[in-house]
Design a binder for this molecule. Sequence first.
Ligand code: KG4
Ligand code: ZN
Length: 346
Amino acid sequence: MGFCTGIFMQDYNHFLTMGIESSCDDTSVAVLKGNQTLLAMVKKSQVELHQDFGGVVPEIAARGHTESIFPVMQKALEEAGVKLQEIDLFAATCGPGLVGSLLVGQTLGKTLAMGLNKPFIGVHHLEAHLAANFLEQDDLRFPMVGLLVSGGHSCLYYMETEGEYEILGETRDDAVGELYDKISRELGFGQPGGPVIDKIAASTKCAAVKFTPPLLHSPDFDFSFSGLKTACLKAIQRGDDREGIARGMQEAVIEVLVTKTMRAVREKLSKTLIMAGGVSANRGLRDEFSKRCLENDIRLAVPSIKLCTDNGAMVAKCGFDSYSRGYRSNLTVDVFSRLSLENLYE
Ligand code: KG4
Ligand code: ZN
């Protein structure tokens, strides 16, 4: 994963980091002062650009980022009350994600760094999601377990210490956010599916359609959501109540995520659990984890809702943390579409 030059004894209180996120369908830029002071975070969603296609179209996403990235950056600088020349570090997501989309944010970050003679740091998207927790909390203790659930990933991590990630398990097929989005589309509830299904599951008076939580009792920490997707599709074909399907699907998802994560916390003797990624905005999931962590005396951290889904603030925080630990990226660092922390630092 590259080398670390050691902790810098520098005063970072007034250090300004710009975080640029463009890995999928959100264009976002944030300005972070020091370690935790978020001066601005601007986000432009592309939901309406992809509405007619039933999913994110990579070429349209890349073009959307190209059009939005400058206005979004300008707005972030205005809100922060900061001039571009005052930024000390440029951080941009390098992957995993859609290659064309990643290129837009990364090219902006590198170009500004080169033109203004400032450092650039490439950020791993999943590490950034986890970092959102450290932006808002300063009492999180290692070792900890991290559950990362988004539109593209469903992973359980063990973190012995800062910046070290051991994958305990991950999805064998679909990501959990992908399940929410596909089933919501089939049910006619629209996109993104997660927030709609979450709302319906909490408010419906219909009985839940029963689904088996997938891989609930497997001895590993892997997940699988494609079988649950098929079961939901069959229920739709049978003509089962649509709100009952949404409620039942969410119940099955919560049961498997909570059961396996709490088992990981127990087995790893961890007293801290952090959640991250778009699906961690789910109310039902947050409530169940709060209850279980309270019962088991586990410190639970979950980002505020706006920091769960893709955003520039988590990229700024992750970039700043790596930089202050001594990591540097050079301007030849490439985009990558697969899960890897390699090649980010020189
Ligand atoms: O982290 P994110 O913004 O993008 C990726 O890195 O994939 O996550 C987006 C995903 C979408 O699948 C969306 O439906 C899901 O997060 N999501 C939710 C909720 N809010 C967003 N899923 C369940 N419940 C929610 N409240
Ligand atoms: Zn994400």
